[in-house]
Ligand binder design. Structure first.
Ligand code: NAP
Length: 264
């Protein structure tokens, strides 16, 4: 950690801000925090101290990701880790989705990840090392909540982007690591910030403390892995789901959640 410069998108609040605190505590050489809200970023940068750099960045814009890379290199001369963390949920079932809903989820959750990867990859290839971490979701693996529809689908797409990137790089660049992190429900403003509003993640039963998620991601920087859930129960659920001979049985019982509004 001590030699590493870590760039984190979506770092004004929530998981990204918590991770920035965790890697700073572990002695990272530099942490570049990026998001749209300038005041929140400035306050966090002040709290983190001289190793932090705040950069305003909208991840739906490719030029902003290129600018973020340039600012990080200008200040620190290197980028060791990019954490594609910025993202947004949605509270709408498949039957209700509009074109705008779909475009928004694709833009914030998928295009942003490709923009981030493409911004830093030439630098990492030149150094023949680095790590790209993408914060996906357990929802990428199962249809856990009917209302998350296109959000879950966008995160499933991101898992495959990361897997295929890992395969692309493996032979020529074995020291560029690609890590997909899949949290469950985390106690942040994610639910409140979802497109069309929604449930407050903090009030959902068993919401994981955000600090625990920060520790799991920082551990994946200290010791890179290809994929990790932030809770072992999710891995158990995945095993059960994919070995089930009838997934509809699993989907009809908790923790799978069909919104009451989904019934006729
Ligand atoms: N919390 C959960 O239950 C949960 C579960 C699974 C996965 N995740 C994933 O974890 C990641 C972080 O979520 P969170 O829980 O920390 O949510 P959050 O509290 O809502 O924070 C989201 C962060 O993303 C940033 N962001 C949103 N749109 C952006 C844009 N267009 N450009 C740049 N930054 C943008 C926000 O900053 P600004 O508004 O300042 O731009 C904020 O810093 C997301 O990818 C989410 O999908 C969360």
């Amino acid at each position: 950690m001590k030699d590493k410069v870590i760039v984190i998108t979506g770092a004004s609040v929530g998981i990204g801000a918590t991770l920035a605190r965790e890697v700073t505590k572990r002695g990272a050489k530099g942490v570049v925090i990026a998001a749209r809200r300038e005041a929140e970023l400035a306050a966090l940068a002040k709290e983190l101290g001289p190793t932090a750099l705040a950069v305003v960045c909208d991840v739906t814009k490719r030029a902003d990701l290129d600018h973020l890379r340039d600012r990080a290199l200008e200040r620190f001369g290197q980028i060791d880790v990019l954490v594609n963390n910025a993202g947004r949920g949605i509270t709408r079932m498949v039957s209700e989705l509009t074109d705008e809903d779909i475009d928004s989820m694709v833009s914030i959750n998928i295009k942003s990840v490709v923009y981030g990867i493409q911004a830093v990859l030439p630098h990492m290839k030149e150094r023949e090392r680095g790590q790209i971490i993408t914060i996906s979701s357990g929802l990428a693996r199962f249809p856990l909540a009917a209302t998350r529809s296109i959000y879950a689908a966008s995160k499933a797409a991101v898992n495959l982007l990361m897997g295929t990137l890992r395969m692309e790089l493996r032979a020529a660049y074995p020291d560029i690591h690609c890590t997909t992190v899949m949290p469950g429900v985390v106690a942040t403003d994610f639910g409140n910030n979802a497109l069309h509003g929604g449930y407050d993640s903090r009030q959902l039963p068993g919401a994981q403390p955000v600090e625990e998620v920060g520790v799991v991601i920082a551990d994946a920087i200290d010791k890179p892995v290809a994929e990790t859930f932030t809770r072992p129960q999710m891995l158990e659920l995945q095993k059960a789901y994919y070995s089930s001979d009838d997934v509809t049985k699993m989907e009809s019982a908790p923790p799978f959640f069909a919104s009451p509004a989904a019934t006729r």
